[in-house]
Write a protein that binds this ligand. Structure first.
Ligand SMILES: NC(=O)c1ccc[n+]([C@@H]2O[C@H](COP(=O)([O-])OP(=O)(O)OC[C@H]3O[C@@H](n4cnc5c(N)ncnc54)[C@H](OP(=O)(O)O)[C@@H]3O)[C@@H](O)[C@H]2O)c1
Length: 249
């Protein structure tokens, strides 16, 4: 644990780009030492770390497949060795989210999503638990989705896994509350990131027209909610889902 961050060490999974990269930068700006996890995009993760350091923050990149039984717990240990025990765990990483109509839906398609939103959170929470208990508390922040409310056709595997992720949040909040560990879920609407570059202005306009607040959400909107849930100000908030979608649902 470094003196500079006062024991505030955040591990953000899938932080080499997209929402995770911006969440990592926001937590670092708030004084957290941030572990920037990625699986394969070392260059992008390095750029996130460089930007945090240039802004005066503390960060380090950690490559690991967070869905892997061995690599996930090893990641938590490596972060503890380098930065200190993880006291905020932001479960953000995702793989591809293909549309699969029910006629073609396989168990393997379900597992592809469950690995990210049930298996990986389980491996990482289990690994981080001793450190959080020793620290007298901690934060688990899951990045879910408002897709559970919108339920678009073809997206049942992703939607089911995201619903399961909220089930974990509710149960773990009750189990871990006695240790001072809060567990919450942030549910973004469509927040355009790098992987959405192929969507044209018509797609954006069609979505935005249905958003009561009349604009697209930004990664910074999501990061601000994560930052709140990670902060001392949210110490009495647990088991909640905070939807960040401009009122879309
Ligand atoms: N953006 C949206 O509109 C939106 C809406 C609702 C919910 N969400 C949720 O927000 C979260 C982030 O989404 P995003 O849009 O920011 O995703 P993204 O841009 O596709 O980024 C995914 C991140 O996960 C990493 N990753 C992939 N497989 C990994 C693995 N096995 N182990 C570790 N890291 C891995 C990627 O890094 P590497 O390339 O290095 O592997 C990348 O940093 C997800 O949980 C998603 O479901 C997003």
């Amino acid at each position: 644990m470094t003196a500079a961050n006062g024991g505030r060490v955040a591990l953000v999974t899938g932080a080499s780009r997209g929402l995770g990269g911006v969440i990592a930068r926001r937590l670092a700006a708030d004084g957290w030492a941030v572990a920037v996890n990625h699986r394969s995009s070392a260059g992008e993760a390095g750029a996130v770390v460089e930007r945090i350091r240039a802004d005066g923050g503390a960060a380090e990149a950690f490559a690991a497949d967070v869905t892997d039984d061995t690599e996930a717990p090893a990641l938590v240990e490596r972060v503890a060795d380098r930065l200190g025990p993880v006291t905020a765990l932001v479960l953000n990483a995702t793989g591809p989210q293909p549309a699969v109509p029910v006629e073609d839906l396989t168990w393997e398609a379900h597992l592809d999503q469950l690995r990210f939103f049930v298996k990986s959170p389980t491996l990482l929470v289990r690994a981080a638990l001793p450190g959080m208990r020793a620290a007298g508390g901690g934060r688990v922040i899951q990045i879910g989705s408002d897709i559970v409310d919108r339920a678009p056709p073809g997206m049942s595997a992703y939607t089911a896994a995201k619903a399961a992720q909220f089930g974990l949040t509710r149960t773990w909040a009750r189990e871990l509350g006695p240790y001072g560990i809060t567990v919450n879920l942030v549910a973004p609407g469509w927040i355009p990131v790098e992987r959405h570059a192929h969507h044209g202005p018509e797609d954006i306009a069609a979505y935005r027209d249905d958003v009561p607040l009349g604009r697209m959400g930004t990664p910074e909107d999501v990061a601000a909610t994560v930052a709140f849930l990670a902060s001392d100000a949210a110490s009495f908030v647990t088991g909640e889902r905070v939807t960040v979608n401009g009122g879309h649902t």
